[in-house]
Design a protein around this ligand. Sequence first.
Ligand SMILES: [Zn+2]
Length: 253
Amino acid sequence: MHVHRLPVAYPNVPTGSVNAYLLVGDSTVLVDPPERHDDIDDLVADHGLDCVLATHHHPDHAGGVARYAREYDATVACRAGREEQFADATGVRPDRTYREGSTVAGVRVLDTPGHAPEHVAFSTPSGLLAGDLAIDEGSVAVATPEGDMRAYCSSLRRVWARAPARIYPGHGPVIEEPRATCERLLAHRRTRERRILAVVTDGAYTLDAVTDGAYDKDISAVRELAVATVEAHVEKLAVEGRIRWDGERVRPV
Ligand SMILES: [Zn+2]
C-alpha cells in the first residue's frame, strides 16, 4: 500500500495546511480531505477512489468527505455510535461503521480519543495515519468541552507501545521517529500539569488565575484555548484525585 501525502493550504489552522492522504493498494482510500483540491483530484483520477475516511469530524479533516464520496460513489465509514455527528459534520451518511480493531478498505482502525472523542488513527504497513494525535513540532489542541486529556495521554502511550514505522500526521511533515515524538508530547503535558499543580497549591482557584500562572509566554491571542486546555488538565487531575474541582473552583487535595 502506497501512502501519498497531499498538503492542502488551509489558512485557519496554525500550520496553515492540512494533510489529506491517498492510500493506494488493493483499494484506494482517501483520508481527511479538508475540501476539494486539484492535487487530490489528479491522484484520484489516476487511481480511482473506493473509500473516504476521516480521523475525526473537525472541518479541516472532514470538510471534503461528501464531495469526494458523491463524485466517485465511494464508500464512507465512521465510528460506530457516531453516525449522527458524522452526518452533521460532513453532510453525508456513512455506508458502514467501524470500531477499534476493524479493518476498512485494507486499513486497521486504532482508537485514539483525546483531541476529539471520535478520534481514530488508521494503521497501514508503512505507518500510522494519526490525524491530530501528534505533530512534528509544537503540540495539538486538547481542550474542553470535547477534548479529554486523560484519553489523549493514554492514546499517545498506546501509539508509543505500537511503535509504528512512522506517523503520518494531520498537519506538518511526516514524523519519522514516532516514539520520540510521543515522548515529547507526553513530556509537554506533564510539564504543564506540574505547573498547574504548583499554581493551585499556591492558592489560585479560578481557571483564569490558574491559566495565568501556568503559562510563561504571552497567551492573550489564544487565551480562550489556553483556558480550555487548562480545564482539560484540571479535569484529568481531579479524576486522578490530585486536585479537587467542582466545575468552578480548583483546590489542592
Ligand atoms: Zn482537529
